[in-house]
Design a protein around this ligand. Sequence first.
Ligand code: BG6
Length: 306
Amino acid sequence: MLEVAMNETFADGQVRFVKGEGGLSKAVISNAFCEGELYLHGAHITHFCPRGAEPVLWLSPTAVFAEDKAIRGGIPVCWPWFGPHPSDPTLPQHGFARTARWEFVEAKALVNGDIENAEAAATLIRLQLSDTEESRATWPHAFHLELTATFGRSLKVELTTRNENAESIEIGGALHSYFRVADIDHVSVLGLESQIYVDQLEGHCEKSQCGAIRFDGEVDRVYTSANPIFIADQTRRLSVESWGSGSAVVWNPWIEKSQRMADFPDNGYRSMVCVESANAGQDRRAIAAGQSHTLSQTITIDERAW
Ligand code: BG6
């Protein structure tokens, strides 16, 4: 059984490999700071919960766990394009990385000095994905993609694309994080005040954000990014910091779109909001031959008074 072999190869006490939902392999992380879960399918983080806190990520109770489907909730990895394919609408929305089977590279405990402000060990997990005949049929380029997730008091996710071709490539993508909130009526997304955004619901027209983002209808926007972005509700404030990203997507499907999605409960929109660290729209990145680009996101429960 694959999970037994992986436990022998990778696990170090903080990480256990088990068969998760739908028989898909997942890593279960438990250390002094937090608990987490990460599926090989899509390199998809489905759970992050700092000790003593409520879970940070929203996972749909009707999510489908199958090899040909993206998991609804957690942190889908959108890559090598964001949204619909720029020229071929028959290709999968948000690319193919979120439905690919990734390979484990390593899982290790980080000790003092490896990470900033760490008093004890956090857990690092690294996965990789390379081009195959199947991927080249969809996207005709050689690549090496690596996802590193560090589970500590914060969750840090780094997605590195290395261009293995003799010529430049262009990529888009997003760490499409679904955050759990107590009640969408009381949620404010802060930090994007005065930023320009593209409204994906109104013919991609450009608008300017006025004040905090509040939700009373469907929201699907690509913002010029800012750092950090905060998600505040009555109970807590989360901070989202990004690197290698000039765009941030804010999404809530609201009532009708929730009803149209088979893997999303009708009232699911009330308890989630997506704030995505992205390379979306004009923020697609050209990567020269042999070079790399890293898109990363750190998610923290902000303990400071606000
Ligand atoms: C968001 C997009 O990032 O993802 C939305 O901006 C989209 O337009 C949403 O509806 C969910 O996409 P999917 O493919 O996971 O249903």
